[in-house]
Design a protein around this ligand. Sequence first.
Ligand SMILES: NC(=O)c1ccc[n+]([C@@H]2O[C@H](COP(=O)([O-])OP(=O)(O)OC[C@H]3O[C@@H](n4cnc5c(N)ncnc54)[C@H](OP(=O)(O)O)[C@@H]3O)[C@@H](O)[C@H]2O)c1
Length: 305
Amino acid sequence: MRMNRTAIVTGANSGVGFYTTIGLAKAGFSVVMACRNRNKAEAASAEIRHLVVDAELEVMELDLSSTTSVRAFASGFREQHQHLNILVNNAGVLDVSGRKNDAGIELQLATNHLGHFLLTSMLIERMPDEPGSRVVSLSSIAHKQGRIAFDDINCEHQQDKLFAYAQSKLACLMFASELQRRLEAASRKILSVCAHPGGTDSGLFDNMPRFQYYAFRLLAPFITHSNEEAAKPSLHAALSPEVRGGDYFGPQGFRDMRGPVGHAARTPYSEDQEVATRLWQLSEELIGEPFTGLKREGSGSPGID
Ligand SMILES: NC(=O)c1ccc[n+]([C@@H]2O[C@H](COP(=O)([O-])OP(=O)(O)OC[C@H]3O[C@@H](n4cnc5c(N)ncnc54)[C@H](OP(=O)(O)O)[C@@H]3O)[C@@H](O)[C@H]2O)c1
């Protein structure tokens, strides 16, 4: 049954995002597939319509590595939609090449964290003030290897090639927690929740260092689960009435890589509020504007800066 409720899934054309879109469409949401490649997104949309015959899907272009593209997407969405119930910040890139976006920011931080930071800031004002409204951020077990390298934010001096990915996924988790704190401080009922898919064989690993890539491909059938299973933590975070703001969900089986959904383990560093505040301020500097939309219009309720 259709409910006149709208969700956005970024990176909806493949992997975890594809199955998250299917889950939300089955739950009766009209889903905006926010993707950087229209052809891939249209093909995925056609496939989903085949599987979920009454799915309401809309494809909109979004390149999270570009603030210009994020702004254009958000303006386009706001022109066409009065409300947004669920925002799933799913898209992600793993790229060990050290590439930067047009603004000179390391690509994974720019895409995985900053693009979603700006997107959320521009869309949260459209979210009804109720616990069914959810911002779902995607982190990773890899956050455990990360810290926020404030003195080397582009990771130009890190030995570990995967450090920048770990930093970006840690940033997603810290953003989710800090957003929840700020929503509470502004007396808002919208929930910010985080999830990680465990391990799943997807296009994400195509740009890994070759040794890790082949090792992963060899081991994947034994240690990971399907893309469909991997979407369950995100769907739980988006839909379960038992979810509380600030929760973090992931698989509970072998090394948190697969299995049923439950509360996920996180590092003490990821809960450091001073680091989270500093990251928030840095994120505002890097996108070139303050995060907006936390205060209810006309409420005068306080936020934190
Ligand atoms: N797979 C895992 O084991 C694993 C583990 C932990 C966390 N995660 C996280 O789970 C999420 C989904 O990953 P996945 O495994 O489903 O990988 P995936 O199949 O490669 O999907 C990633 C999606 O993100 C999109 N994307 C990449 N860069 C983008 C950009 N600049 N703008 C807009 N969209 C962009 C991709 O678009 P294109 O198709 O055009 O490239 C694709 O739709 C990511 O946040 C990832 O970090 C995955």
